[in-house]
Write a protein that binds this ligand. Structure first.
Ligand SMILES: [Zn+2]
Length: 380
């Protein structure tokens, strides 16, 4: 993560760069702002910049020995604290270090994630994460060490509002009497649950939503989209870059699902066994969760096409690509076969859920659909 990867927030970038250039990096800072404003990516970019050995006036170099370690978030003077819970690991006293590999992986995938996505990623989605007193012991131990390679030790605390009071009080002491050459960066969406005594000791950087203009400049570089789609994306995302990535991810997946659904229907109509075998292999490779989403998508398409067939246009919710496919496909879903198709897809989804071998399930529904996709008059 570099400053240049974060859309907008020019004032904050300027101030952070200036603090490093003038040797006045405040030892306790808060990056405060709404979802998708980039406060976590900025904390990581700033930490990299503080440690970079060949920084310039705009960004880190990306090639020095420090930057190379930052590429994988394994710099020995970079520490992270974030909310965790025992989850599948069944830990008695979970701390961030128990999940550090998952944390690095998540940051590498996409540093714009939000709290619920983090819990889902580490398999504790039904529980609230927390930063407990065991964690504060570790913070104190880590920060009492001398820096290994950089001039500074940097601790990034993501969501300090998830600290329990014991941890927060220990942290307060640390902020009041900071160990030498230590920078603590807290990243939060809301100050409501942060102890006022902590808050009053932090240098606060307030992030705002990313402006439409800055969003556009950034999206133009990243995505190859026609102007009207770009404007639409900016409008829907409302200055939230996390939302942009979410929309782009889901629209890619939907395009893929439509393509595979159309293939499946075509193959079943043509009763082409060889193509069915190779499609089943492709879909098998999706993995369980994605395959379930694909089957849900297929159920939706069957439902919508059935509604279309009976001119229930008010019930049809389809994108323009889906509509153009459905214009041709809808006569093949009718009252003589809709129940069977729906039941087969539903059963397949249930089988996948209970860990049945996906390739066999897919071949089975395909074969059962052979001969059933016909226009109503052709069905006996
Ligand atoms: Zn560097």
């Amino acid at each position: 993560m570099f400053f240049r990867d974060i859309p907008g927030q020019q004032d904050i970038k300027g101030r952070l760069i200036q603090s490093v250039m003038s040797g006045r990096v405040s030892h306790a800072q808060l990056f405060l702002g709404p979802e998708g404003c980039g406060n976590l990516p900025m904390a990581v970019a700033y930490a990299r910049y503080i440690s970079c050995l060949k920084r310039n006036e705009n960004d880190s170099c990306g090639t020095c020995s420090s930057c190379i370690k930052y590429n994988k978030f394994i710099h020995p003077d970079l520490h992270f604290i974030f909310p965790v819970n025992s989850g599948k690991k069944k830990l008695d006293h979970p701390v961030s270090d128990d999940y550090i590999n998952e944390w690095r992986e998540k940051l590498l995938q996409n540093p714009w994630f939000i709290e619920t996505e983090w819990y889902e990623f580490i398999g504790i989605e039904n529980k609230q994460g927390f930063i407990g007193k065991d964690e504060s012991q570790q913070i104190i131990r880590k920060l009492s060490l001398k820096p290994f390679e950089s001039d500074h030790k940097i601790l990034i605390i993501w969501l300090p509002e998830r600290m329990n009071p014991a941890a927060a009080n220990k942290l307060l002491k640390l902020i009041e009497e900071p160990p030498d050459m230590t920078v603590i960066i807290m990243v939060s969406e809301s100050t409501e649950k942060i102890l006022p005594t902590i808050l009053s000791r932090l240098q606060v950087h307030r992030f705002s939503r990313i402006s439409d203009k800055e969003m556009k400049t950034s999206l133009k570089k990243k995505f190859d989209l026609p102007e009207n789609q770009l404007d639409n994306l900016i409008h829907i995302s409302d200055g939230n870059y996390h939302r942009v990535l979410e929309i782009m991810d889901s629209s890619e997946e939907i395009a893929l699902f439509l393509d595979k659904f159309a293939s499946l229907m075509r193959i079943c109509h043509q009763k082409n066994i060889n193509m069915l075998v190779s499609l089943a292999d492709e879909l098998h490779a999706f993995g369980r969760e994605k395959l379930k989403r694909f089957l849900d998508y297929s159920l939706k398409m069957i439902r919508e096409n059935y509604a279309m067939n009976y001119n229930r246009q008010e019930l049809v919710y389809l994108s323009s690509e889906e509509k153009s496919f459905s214009e041709r496909f809808h006569p093949y879903v009718n009252r003589k076969n809709v129940h069977d198709i729906y039941t087969l897809l539903n059963k397949a989804s249930g089988d996948i859920e209970s860990n049945a071998y996906a390739r066999i399930v897919l071949l089975d529904i395909g074969l059962q659909l052979f001969g059933r996709l016909e226009v109503e008059g052709d069905l006996t």
